[in-house]
Design a protein around this ligand. Structure first.
Ligand code: 6PG
Length: 252
């Protein structure tokens, strides 16, 4: 496991988390471009990144990002068509990507509509081709956390958590939730930067377990610890309400 210490930044409210995250991602693009090459980012679904996506498509961020150097991937996807209300691609596309100058060749979505196995296999191949390496190294992976501690589509107590070889896996959930496709822990932990966003009191208990208690239940989000990269939790006061330390302020 990584020896890198996760950082936690507490902000006043979800809007402040969105603004701080937009600024942070902009800084990350600057650092990556300084090193030369593309900026690769894996996006997530869920309700939390909506605010961020809308901000990225608005001023001043829209005019500030080096969009022509960016390639967009996804950390996970549900097995639905790209125009489905539950599609993570649709979420990012509607709120963000369709409003900024990026070419279709810069968008690497997971083809969930092809079914979990075929979509996972195709996405794994696409990653290997793009990154030219068996284990892709994303400049930034954006993640959320569920109240049960899941992240991307890695759920507590599942065999996907022990995957060592594949970068992408199909996920069959034992209940009525959609089949999914997810990046695996080896690829998440290879990232240069992982940014978790979490807001609201419903996340307070799981953040207490992961951040304050050191993840005693080995929940998936707490297993994301980049081996040679950085890990930042950006959370609001409500999500931080069971953590020790000062409360956060509004980001402008
Ligand atoms: C998804 C995700 C998932 C999400 C968490 C948190 O597709 O739903 O990628 O891992 O990040 O479930 O979701 P909320 O932001 O809705 O709390």
């Amino acid at each position: 496991m990584s020896s890198v210490r996760p950082e936690t930044r507490v902000l006043a409210d979800p809007a402040s988390v969105g603004r701080a995250a937009a600024d942070f991602i902009l800084d990350c693009t600057g650092r990556a471009l300084h090193a030369g090459g593309w900026f690769t980012i894996a996006l997530s679904g869920g309700a939390t990144p909506r605010t961020l996506y809308a901000l990225l498509a608005s001023s001043p961020w829209k005019e500030s990002f080096p969009f022509n150097t960016m390639h967009f991937f996804w950390a996970d996807e549900r097995c639905v068509p790209p125009d489905h209300a539950e599609s993570n691609f649709k979420l990012a596309s509607d709120a963000f990507l369709s409003h900024v100058p990026v070419q279709p060749s810069q968008i690497h979505r997971i083809h969930g509509e092809e079914g979990p196995e075929a979509a996972a296999e195709a996405y794994e191949k696409e990653l290997a081709l793009f990154f030219g390496a068996a284990l892709p190294r994303f400049d930034l992976v954006l993640l959320g956390v569920g109240e049960d501690g899941h992240t991307a589509s890695l759920f507590p107590g599942t065999r996907e958590l022990s995957e060592k070889n594949h970068t992408v896996l199909p996920v069959h959930l034992p209940d009525a939730r959609r089949s999914r496709v997810t990046l695996t822990l080896p690829v998440l932990n290879q990232a240069t930067q992982v940014l978790f966003l979490a807001t609201g009191t419903a996340k307070a208990a799981i953040l207490h377990d992961i951040i304050a208690e050191g993840n005693p239940n080995q929940c998936p989000a707490g297993l994301v610890r980049p081996e040679h990269g950085s890990l930042l939790w950006m959370i609001d006061n409500a999500a931080a309400s069971r953590l020790p330390g000062p409360r956060g302020e509004a980001a402008t």
